[in-house]
Design a protein. Sequence first.
Length: 154
Amino acid sequence: MLYEFNVYQMEVDDHIFWVAESKALKGCVGQGETSEEAIKELEENEQEWLDTAKEFGISIPTPLCKTSKTYTGKFALRMSPYVHEKAAEAARDLGISLNQFINDAVIEYTNSVKHTSRSPIKDNSVSGENIISFIPREDPHRENIIHVEELEEM
């Protein structure tokens, strides 16, 4: 098959059956007693849909291919000059690089998120960038938290 599809069960008049429905080809579906039968019929119907579209000059959507997100380990970070200075001083006092200091801080904060209740807040107001912040509901060390905003992967 060339196109992404959904598979689900339906019930009509006390009869339960499976439906496989193309996400890209309008009206292109397959049905069967099992999900496999529905998918097989959809595959056949997809080819018929494409042949008919070619015959009648109907535009054919380009098949989309999803790719898994890969991480490079790099991202841009903005912080206030004061926080930058304090973090650099703390890193120097520990005898590590600022990069290692921030990496350790992110690891520590990420691990604490797994064990505490946090509320995700999405803010799209900054230059059209997607920024996700996690704000602690109750944190006695609030003044010690550095909020990191991922601006873009590099």
